[in-house]
Design a protein around this ligand. Structure first.
Ligand SMILES: Cc1ncc(COP(=O)(O)O)c(C=O)c1O
Length: 395
């Protein structure tokens, strides 16, 4: 039965069955779908060919795949690489996952000198693993390292580390349709330093955890709160890079919003307290008719890999996409709002509350969000042929 299912997939693949994703789309020749169209919530949805992975049951770690959220599940291995005094990263190696030892005076502990990345590996039905645009994360880490006065590894070293981490932890990569392996590369100032200065030594680490839904809402629409007291980033600061120092300061606003029943917080620009920036760990898009807009990245907003990919996919689908300044008032005119990020995917926003006023948005069938997410997840999981060179396949 299982062999038959796999043969069926191969046959469908060889036929290159095309799917109709959106009749209005103009560039959809680029998306060739194999077998089945990815579900709008493909990470959450059950797999239509569920039995096709029974074959390898004992190659899987003992995880309750149906109840994965976004909590840390410790896997077997992490990847570690040290940077020598001349700023060059030596050959890294896989080690059993576990605690690391740090000098109490380490730059990261005292001055927050560290940056991180987040990327995912998906398991294809044939068992191979697919990485999504790891070169983009590598480039972003390079830019972040430069901003934080840290040496950086090369794009090839980064991709190799991500590949090795995925491969070594393969049994932790969820079955197709049940989630993905979230991979977390981390570059930190590990050397001791007392006065404020760049750390004398750096360590690059990569670890992983199987994940599924980021929000406790699952794939249900989010209820977002517009924060006016706390800023996420300031002009000339480091909001545009993925430094660890951008995250602890938003916890106050985030926990306060969550205690009031909101899913997350939307931050405004710190100069005028008026223009949309981003959500705690994702970018934001608003839809009005055929126009999809997202705040331009001008130093205070993280340039998300998902954001960039969705902009391209939306244009392929025939939408007009604008990266620009978006005044908060535009929220009351939008038809639809959604968030993008590696961890969150493409998440629909059901409501946004600003100055005590709750604005509601269209979600579900017929909206842009599931259409775009379906294409993105289809590419990420190998159900849609990758014509853009975004996928790195590991067997
Ligand atoms: C502040 C912030 N914005 C946006 C994103 C989305 O970026 P990406 O799509 O590269 O995951 C993230 C996630 O890492 C983030 O932390």
């Amino acid at each position: 039965m299982i062999q038959r299912t796999i043969r069926f997939h191969k046959l469908v693949r060889s036929l290159g069955v095309a799917s109709s994703l959106s009749p209005s789309s103009k560039n959809l020749g680029v998306y060739r779908c194999f077998g089945t169209v990815a579900s709008p919530n493909a990470e959450q949805a059950s797999d239509p060919f569920e039995d096709s992975y029974d074959l390898d049951k004992h190659e899987y770690a003992d995880v309750d795949w149906d109840n994965l959220g976004f909590g840390l599940v410790q896997t077997d291995y992490m990847y570690v690489m040290k940077c020598s005094n001349d700023g060059k990263f030596e050959q890294g190696q896989l080690r059993r996952y576990g605690n690391i030892e740090l000098n109490p005076a380490a730059g990261v502990l005292n001055y927050g000198q560290a940056i991180y990345e987040g990327t995912k590996a998906h398991r294809k039905k044939d068992g191979n693993l697919l990485l999504f645009r790891p070169d983009q994360n590598a480039m972003r880490m390079k830019i972040g390292a430069e901003r934080m006065c840290m040496p950086s590894l090369s794009v090839d070293q980064f991709i190799d580390a991500v590949k090795q981490t995925a491969q070594a932890n393969k049994r932790w990569v969820p079955p197709p349709g049940k989630g993905s392996l979230y991979i977390r590369p981390l570059l930190l100032g590990s050397g001791p330093i007392l006065g404020l200065a760049p750390s004398p030594e750096y360590t690059f680490l990569t670890y992983a955890s199987p994940v599924r839904n980021y929000f406790k809402e699952g794939s249900a629409p989010l209820n977002v709160y517009v924060e006016e007291e706390y800023d996420r980033a300031s002009r000339g600061g480091a909001g545009g890079v993925k430094t660890i120092t951008n995250y602890a300061p938003v916890l106050k606003a985030l926990t306060r919003a969550k205690s009031k029943g909101f899913s997350d917080v939307l931050y405004l620009d710190s100069v005028h307290n008026k223009n949309l920036e981003e959500v705690s760990s994702c970018n934001i898009f608003i839809v009005k008719g055929n126009v999809i807009s997202t705040p331009a990245t001008s130093g205070t907003i993280l340039s998300g890999v998902t954001r960039r990919s969705i902009i391209e996919i939306a244009r392929d689908h025939g939408y007009q996409v604008e990266e620009r300044v978006i005044p908060v008032e535009e929220l009351s005119e939008a038809d639809e709002v959604f968030c993008t990020g590696t961890a969150v995917g493409v998440a629909p926003v059901g409501s946004i509350t600003y100055q005590g006023k709750r604005m509601e948005y269209r979600t579900g069938a017929g909206t842009a969000c599931p259409q775009l997410y379906s294409t993105l997840v289809g590419i990420q999981t190998g159900q849609i042929g990758d014509k853009k060179g975004w996928i790195v396949e590991i067997d």
